[in-house]
Design a protein around this ligand. Structure first.
Ligand code: CTP
Ligand code: MG
Length: 229
């Protein structure tokens, strides 16, 4: 039994506008619907817990999608708080040892092949796994005046994507530990790494983009249309 937790309580400040980006229309549906349907499409995924903002007026109110349950809880001030709220709100039938997928509401272009590979590799791994993509650009370190000071080697550097797959209990404890240490974990893997654990990097598609700015929305529309959605 694998459940998904989808943090969807962000305000989309970098995107701008009144409606949070996860509720904007993308290829004829709310953007978040693509993200939810993508995680629910795999047979191993039994349902999803969506962390939404308190009194969120935009949440469409789904109770099920793709024939599977959609539950909601109230998210928190940072992404990690929302993920933690989602983990804690999962049904009691999801045991501490069960795998949980965490997927950003703002990633509507997740491909079924990537999800299948992540589940297969992650469930066979002692720690868990995340989708990630190798860094391709040349990396510059800036000085305080915004000038290029040096070039950083990009060998061994990856961009973390979602979904990320960890056991319910281990991830909850790792996120709580980061929170209590005052560390803002920007993804799940970061919370585990600081405990000395080494999640498996599963190379994912470059087009699993996180919609962050209006330009990303146009790109996502193109990616989904190419996928026939
Ligand atoms: N998220 C969340 N709770 C928060 C902050 C973010 O559930 N307090 C979610 C967002 O809704 C999104 C995902 O985490 O699905 C990734 O975050 P990001 O892309 O940073 O979205 P926002 O925080 O909404 O955008 P911004 O940082 O530009 O304000
Ligand atoms: Mg954010």
């Amino acid at each position: 039994m694998t459940w998904a937790v989808v943090p969807a309580a962000g305000q989309g400040r970098r995107f701008g506008g009144e409606t949070p980006k996860q509720y904007l229309t993308l290829a004829g549906r709310p953007l978040i619907e693509h993200s939810l349907l993508a995680v629910l499409s795999h047979d191993d995924v039994d349902g999803v817990m969506v962390a939404v903002a308190a009194d969120d007026p935009w949440w469409p109110g789904w109770r099920e999608l793709g024939g599977k349950p959609v539950l909601t809880c109230v998210g928190g001030g940072e992404r990690a708080d929302s993920v933690l709220a989602g983990l804690q709100a999962l049904p009691a039938s999801v045991s501490e040892d069960q795998w949980v997928l965490v997927h950003d509401a703002a990633r509507p272009c997740l491909h079924a092949d990537d999800l299948a590979r992540l589940l297969a590799i992650g469930q066979a791994h002692p720690v868990g796994a995340l989708l990630a993509a190798p860094v391709r650009d040349t990396l510059k370190r800036a000085d305080a005046t915004g000038h290029s000071q040096s070039t950083e080697p990009r060998d061994g550097l990856w961009r973390a994507l979602t979904p990320q797959l960890f056991r319910r209990g281990g991830l909850t404890r790792a996120l709580l530990a980061a929170l209590h240490a005052g560390i803002k974990a920007t993804d799940e893997a970061m919370a585990l790494e600081r405990l000395g654990l080494r999640p498996c990097l599963v190379e994912g598609r470059e087009d699993n983009l996180k919609v962050t700015t209006p330009a990303d929305l146009a790109l996502a529309e193109f990616i989904l249309s190419r996928a026939g959605k």
